[in-house]
Design a protein around this ligand. Sequence first.
Ligand SMILES: [Zn+2]
Length: 445
Amino acid sequence: MAPSAENRVWDPAELLPRARLAELQLERLRASVSRAGVTPFYDGVLSRAGVAPGDLRTLDDLRRIPFTTKDDLRAHYPLGLLAVPRAEVARIHGSSGTTGKPTFVAYTHGDLERWSGLCARFLVAGGLRPDHLVHVAFGYGLFTGGFGLHQGIERVGAGIVPVAGGNTPRQVMLLRDLRPDVLVCTPSYALHIAEVARADGGDPRELGLAFGHFGGEPWTEEMRFEIERELGIRAFNNYGLSEVIGPGVSGECAARTGMHVAEDHFLVECVDPWTLEPVADGEVGELVFTSLTKEAMPILRYRTRDLAALDRSPCPCGRTGARMSRVVGRSDDMFIVRGVNVFPSQIEEALLRVEGAAPHYVIEIARPGTLDEAVVRVEIRPGDFSDEMRHMVALRDRIDHEIHSITGIRMTVELVAPSALGRSEGKARRVIDHRRAGVPGRDPA
Ligand SMILES: [Zn+2]
């Protein structure tokens, strides 16, 4: 498919033939390993593994390099993995840990330039044009979402309303008054915006949005349909994490059959989270990324904990980068109930099959005796909330049936009133596990 109005390509590198891409990757891998080796951390890692940049003869030699984990970043807090003099740092971002200190990542001016180009790639692939106006409801700050998308949108030349997160009624007011074409936020927040727009008597579809770019948390295909129906838009998925660069690691094209990884900037692997061996294309495993062009903080074989599958079959859009599936969960969010692996996304899929159940839920897992018990608290949609016991029991039974048919196990379903679970403006917390740490098989390698 030649570049056209429907199939614009930001960077010709997205169309590189695979053989040429592989040559470029190997050349860049050697340079990236050299840069990383400047830091005492990677110098130690590489010398213990007996790997010098010149030893990397094929891309498969990457597997001689040990993995890097979030714990490695924490152990070298705040900037132990910095590979350039501090004077060359142009920006610092960080990811909020659930507890304690963030982990920081640094960028040179060159890194920022490459990052904005990577965001421009998926924005353009999803239809962004210079004449569009974009409402950005991502947080601006240490979190990479706000600034990452902002710079990408600027690079494309489109207009921006940098609203940032929070105060949803005000977000709805700005959407109504300024009439942007595009919405950027987390998928759960997009649904919340629709909900608030509806609550004060409006129709969210009348906001006039044309499409949205959503990321920052895992979501399902059912949730995509829900967002598209509620807001009357086309919804595109994008992926990234601060440790690798931020948003822009991958994003969907118009075919929407997976997110093209920017493989000229990141090597991607998909491994079994227990054995750490590669899994076949099409199988779900943990994604591992190696940066090829980052200057300030190169990262080698970073274990993301994000679970997804890779697809290297040709895409009708002509981009040659491998496509990754949606993130179906986190290897450390995945929980085991009575010996069965369960992802929160499976619960979400079950709820979206049942009319009357809202996609707002919390799963609580406990082991009161010897057996695991999982309780799923689910909000009912405002119109389906009823005093009639028979109606509520039937609804609960349908949810119970769907959860059982998707996960293969029984969970206790509790229905709660609309809006009873509270809302998160960033990543929604879905799983509360009360079992003691160290439950056998619970923690991947
Ligand atoms: Zn494509």
